[in-house]
Design a protein around this ligand. Structure first.
Ligand SMILES: Cc1cc2nc3c(=O)[nH]c(=O)nc-3n(C[C@H](O)[C@H](O)[C@H](O)COP(=O)(O)OP(=O)(O)OC[C@H]3O[C@@H](n4cnc5c(N)ncnc54)[C@H](O)[C@@H]3O)c2cc1C
Length: 369
């Protein structure tokens, strides 16, 4: 067994949240190391990339968290793009939420933030939309980012150019504790060796797998299956967000279709006939002609969920151990604000009232009382 590196911000989990936090520290000249069990299982490579505070109908502190993150995202992405040289595909494309009747539309939590569309205008926004939908709300504030093909890679490259040390295939088996302090992590690496990796401050960002590393974290996986279709030239431009399915058009005509919400699937791998059928039914209910467009790819992943569907961000009872996990369906949206707050918290920078409230509402100890 060998010990390595001291004075490091040690990040466990190289998914979207881990990379976002690593980037924040690295660009502020910290020494950062990222331990990643399996890059390709990260939900960051799965998500549809919607930035959908309003279209998701978020409420209360999640709504404000989403809005504030959406405000940070343009500047955050500009930095990542400059540092990585990779365009992340950020687009304020607007998201259209269709409704069968006005009653449902008026009950929608974020109704007052949307622009009302009657059926004629709904058809103008989404040519070919199923005629079952008679009304719609257009959330022009919402948009998307190409997390799968661009943002994740851009973060990796930007981190790497800022000196972040990566270890792929590094499975953290346990945290090394001395009294109430973490010394680092015991890791089984890709070549089968067990090593102790040390860090001054340790941040746990293991997404849906977080509970495996810290047993009392109330995190469980919610599986989501996805597919993509290749649309013809000039197909939809806005995201179409139905009750069970959404269509997210990228610039190159690829349309990302999601997603199943399977809270009993545990970590069962793979697409299933039931899942793909459900997505196809969803396409038919939203944009029937798109059923004829070729399917390009099927994939799946695991959302990190908590009992109250809100993230867990901040300190733990162990003095130098922090967590940032449980972002469930909105981790892409929340990544900018999470990395910003985590950096300020760990560096003991002044937090404003709203940031302090987020840390209280999303604290780990809300589950321990
Ligand atoms: C189908 C689907 C669609 C989604 N769509 C959207 C969307 O449109 N908009 C949005 O905002 N969000 C969306 N999300 C949510 C978003 O993807 C997640 O909230 C976000 O990726 C969580 O990031 P994370 O870093 O916590 O977890 P992940 O990105 O999953 O990363 C966790 C990483 O930790 C690593 N790890 C685990 N255990 C260990 C260990 N013991 N040692 C070392 N490393 C470990 C894993 O290998 C993994 O790479 C979607 C998610 C899914 C599944």
């Amino acid at each position: 067994m060998r010990s390595e590196t001291k004075n490091t911000i040690l990040i466990i989990g190289g998914g979207l949240i881990g990379l976002s936090i690593a980037y924040e520290f690295a660009r502020n000249k910290f020494k950062v190391e990222v331990l990643s069990k399996n890059r390709s299982e990260s939900a960051g490579f799965v998500a549809a990339g919607m930035l959908a505070t309003h279209a998701e109908g978020l409420e209360d502190e999640l709504f404000i968290f989403g809005q504030q993150s959406q405000n940070l995202i343009p500047g955050w992405i500009k930095n990542i793009e400059q540092d990585s040289g990779i365009d992340c595909g950020l687009k304020k494309s607007g998201i259209v939420v269709p409704f069968e009747n006005l009653k449902k539309l008026k009950k929608f939590k974020t109704y007052k933030y949307g622009k009302y569309l009657n059926q004629k205008n709904l058809k103008k926004e989404i040519s070919g939309i199923n005629t079952n939908w008679e009304h719609g709300l257009l959330f022009e504030q919402d948009g998307q980012i190409d997390n799968r093909r661009r943002l994740m890679r851009a973060l990796e490259r930007a981190c790497s150019l800022h000196g972040v040390k990566f270890q792929e295939g590094a499975d953290v088996k346990e945290l090394i504790l001395e009294q109430n302090k973490i010394l680092g992590a015991k890791v089984l690496n890709a070549t089968g060796e067990i090593k102790n990796i040390l860090g001054e401050k340790v941040i746990l960002c293991c997404g849906a797998w977080s509970k495996k590393v810290l047993k009392n974290l109330p995190i469980f996986p919610v599986k989501g299956q996805m597919l993509s279709i290749q649309g013809p030239e000039n197909s939809i431009k806005r995201v179409l967000f139905g009750p069970n399915t959404y269509l997210v058009p990228r610039d190159d005509g690829l349309i990302v279709v999601g997603a199943t919400v399977e809270d009993k699937a545990e970590f069962n791998q793979g697409n299933t006939p039931k899942g793909i059928n459900q997505l196809q039914e969803g396409i038919k209910s939203l944009l029937p002609e798109a059923l004829n467009w070729p399917q390009m790819e099927h994939w799946w992943g695991f959302r990190p969920c908590t009992p109250d569907f809100k993230p867990i961000i901040g300190k733990t009872q162990i003095v130098n151990l922090y967590v940032a996990t449980g972002h469930y369906r909105n981790g892409v949206l929340f990544s900018a604000i999470t990395s910003d707050i985590m950096f300020k918290l760990i560096q003991e920078k002044t937090l404003n009232n709203i940031e302090t409230t987020f840390l209280k509402k999303f604290s780990f100890n809300r589950f321990e009382v």
